[in-house]
Design a protein around this ligand. Structure first.
Ligand SMILES: Nc1nc2c(ncn2[C@@H]2O[C@H](COP(=O)(O)OP(=O)(O)OP(=O)(O)O)[C@@H](O)[C@H]2O)c(=O)[nH]1
Ligand SMILES: [Mg+2]
Length: 231
C-alpha cells in the first residue's frame, strides 16, 4: 500500500506532538512549529498549535506555517486530518466551535469523511469526581463530529499508553483500503496549488477558504474583545 499522509491540527497544547511522538515510537525532538515525521507506511505532519488569544495576523502566520509543512511533502496526497482536543477543557467553547468551522473550511466538504477527532489527556483527569463532565464534553464533540461526518465511529481517545494511537492509524489504513475511487484532496492543499503557493506563499494562503473563514471568526470575536480568540 502507498504511503498514508496525515495532517495534525488543533489548539496549542492539545497533544499533536505527543501523538506524533507516540506514532514514531522514537524520542524525536518536535518543536512548537511542528514538522514532518516519517514512519513505515505513514507521514505525519505535525503543525504549530493554534493559540486562543492570537490576533488575526498571528493566526494567518500559523496558517502559513501549516502551508509550509504541506509544501515539504511536495505533491503527495493528504489522506487524512486529525483534529485534536484536550479533554481537560471541560467545555466545548466558542473558540473550539470557531476552530471546527475553520477546520471545515480547510478540508472542504468532499474531504469530511477523512477527518478524525482525537481527544487527549484522558490519563490526567479525575475520573472519580468529574468523570461525567468529561463524558459530556466527549458527547458534545461527538455531536460536532457527526455534523461533519455522518458515519462514525471516528472519534478516538488518545490515552498516551503506547497503543491507543494505533487504533487511529488503523482507521486511516482501513479507509485507504476500502477506497474504490480516487480519494478527495484536502481543499487547502488544492487551493495552495491553484494559487501558486511556490511563487507567492503569503498571497496564496490569504486566498484560501480557511483564511476567509478565519477572518469571519476574527470579526465575531473582535466585536467582543480587542484580541481575536480563535485559532
Ligand atoms: N498525560 C498526558 N499528557 C499529554 C497528553 N497529550 C499531551 N500531553 C502533554 O501536554 C503538553 C502539550 O502537549 P503537546 O503534544 O506538546 O501539544 P501540541 O498540540 O503539540 O502543542 P503545540 O505544539 O504548542 O501546538 C505536553 O507537556 C505533553 O506531554 C496526554 O494524552 N496525556
Ligand atoms: Mg506541538
Amino acid at each position: 500500500m502507498s504511503n498514508i499522509v496525515i495532517l495534525l491540527i488543533g489548539l496549542h497544547g492539545s497533544g499533536k506532538s505527543t501523538f506524533a511522538k507516540a506514532v514514531t515510537g522514537a524520542d524525536v525532538e518536535i518543536s512548537r512549529t511542528g514538522g514532518v515525521i516519517e514512519r513505515k507506511q505513514f507521514t505525519i505532519i505535525d503543525t504549530p498549535g493554534l493559540a486562543d488569544k492570537n490576533t488575526h495576523e498571528e493566526n494567518l502566520e500559523i496558517l502559513e506555517q501549516i502551508a509550509h509543512q504541506l509544501g515539504k511533502i511536495g505533491q503527495e496526497h493528504v489522506n487524512g486530518v486529525i483534529y485534536f482536543h484536550s479533554i481537560k477543557n471541560i467545555r466545548l467553547g466558542a473558540v473550539d466551535r470557531a476552530n471546527i468551522r475553520i477546520l471545515k473550511a480547510m478540508c472542504g466538504e468532499p474531504f469530511f469523511p477523512h477527518v478524525a477527532f482525537v481527544t487527549s489527556h484522558w490519563d490526567r483527569i479525575d475520573h472519580t469526581n468529574f468523570g461525567e463532565q468529561y463524558e459530556t464534553i466527549n458527547h458534545d464533540l461527538e455531536l460536532e463530529r457527526r455534523k461533519l461526518l455522518p458515519k462514525g465511529p471516528r472519534i478516538f481517545r488518545f490515552l498516551n499508553d503506547g497503543k491507543s494511537h494505533e487504533l487511529v492509524l488503523d482507521h486511516f489504513v482501513n479507509q485507504a483500503n476500502i477506497a474504490t475511487t480516487v480519494p478527495p484532496q484536502l481543499l487547502f492543499a488544492e487551493e495552495l496549488k491553484r494559487y501558486r503557493y511556490e511563487r507567492r506563499p503569503s498571497r496564496a494562503v490569504r486566498k484560501t477558504e480557511a483564511s476567509k473563514q478565519m477572518a469571519v471568526e476574527s470579526k465575531k470575536v473582535g466585536g467582543r474583545s480587542s484580541s481575536c480568540s480563535i485559532l
